[in-house]
Design a protein around this ligand. Structure first.
Ligand code: GDP
Ligand code: MG
Length: 323
């Protein structure tokens, strides 16, 4: 994405010409400063998608200085709203410029040019009709790339259609797209979960984790990066075996993918949700899962809201019980 701050307006050369003052002094005003380009984190922005449609972003130029010592208007700054956790890189050398994490965090990306000086600044006793002024300086411009790194406390991981989006919508204020086919969620979606005591947690729906994700198959690699920053992983497993899935294999493969991507993730604390327990076959599969893995997942039906409170309570315990 190309960013251009506004140029500073030029200083003005002018002299006062008034009725009884034919040779008035210099009166050219200063140019206004150009507007700067900033990025600002907003909790109301979920993704960077909108920015793809606006690849060039410009702040306003400063206006040139005017006669009668009037200054040019300052160019308006441009604030690009981005999701919390957005990082910005210089496209040319790949260097990280910075990041905005919390709602309202603001980062300067391209500074506006300075307004030039009008000729009124150049008058001296021996130099009463200065014709000098200075031009405004150009605003900075740069080419950048935005990337979203999740800053959620917990990340929902699981195969497509396991019910991550459904669970996220039951736990939080987020309204993800829910559909019975893979890859409905192309951007990680972050929802805020609020407890009775007003403590909050951010949960991210990390979509599209499939076999080979660590090698960049599907959209996996892109999304795995978001998991890195989450403190807790919430595995969502489809116990109904829809699409011929087998939760035991799914769990093992998910663990493998995560470990291959980053050894850190292997030991990350986790909660396991056995979803779709409303489907009759699920109970039996859950027992098989328990004996095969020795794990004791939280049974739930995200769709019907069953067991969701237990997951919520477990999240509370993990994040706040010992605080
Ligand atoms: P995601 O790909 O993991 O985000 O899965 P979604 O939340 O989009 O759900 C995929 C499909 O599974 C949708 O058709 C949901 O309605 C369905 N689904 C989600 N949770 C449950 C559940 O608890 N029980 C049943 N029977 N279906 C569910
Ligand atoms: Mg989804």
């Amino acid at each position: 994405m190309q960013l251009a701050a506004g140029n500073g307006g030029d200083g003005c050369v002018a002299f006062r010409r008034e009725k009884f003052e034919p040779h008035g002094g210099p009166s050219g005003g200063d140019g206004g400063h150009g507007g700067s380009v900033y990025m600002r984190a907003s909790k109301d922005v979920d993704s960077l998608v909108e920015l793809y449609y606006q690849p060039i972003q410009k702040a306003e130029h400063g206006q040139a200085g005017m006669t009668k010592q009037r200054h040019g208007r300052t160019g308006k700054d441009l604030l690009i709203p981005v999701p919390c956790g957005t990082q910005v890189y210089n496209e040319e050398d790949g260097a990280l410029i910075g990041e905005v994490l919390e709602d309202g965090d603001t980062l300067l990306l391209a500074k506006g040019g300075r307004g030039g000086l009008g000729n009124c600044h150049f008058a001296t006793a021996s130099h009463q009709t200065p014709r000098e002024s200075t031009p405004g300086t150009p605003g900075e411009s740069c080419t950048v790339r935005f990337e979203l790194k999740s800053v959620a406390h917990a990340g929902l991981v699981g195969y497509p259609n396991a019910g991550k989006s459904t669970l996220l919508s039951k736990l939080t204020n987020a309204t993800p797209k829910i559909a019975a086919y893979p890859f409905t969620t192309l951007n990680p979606l972050i929802g805020t979960l609020q407890f009775e005591d007003f403590k909050t947690l951010r949960l991210a729906d990390i979509p599209g984790l499939i076999d080979g994700a660590h090698e960049g198959v599907g959209l996996g690699h892109h999304f795995l990066r978001h998991i890195e920053r989450t403190e807790l992983l919430v595995f969502v497993l489809d116990m109904a075996g829809v699409d011929g899935r087998n939760a035991i294999e799914d769990y093992r493969n998910l663990c493998k993918e995560l470990a291959l991507y980053s050894p850190d993730l292997k030991d990350r604390p986790r909660l396991i949700v056995a979803n779709k327990m409303d489907v009759p076959e699920a109970a039996e599969r859950l027992e098989a899962f328990k004996s095969a893995t020795g794990l004791d997942p939280f049974p739930a039906s995200a769709e019907q809201g069953e067991g969701v409170d237990n997951v919520k309570a477990a999240l509370y315990t993990h994040f706040f019980a010992n605080a």
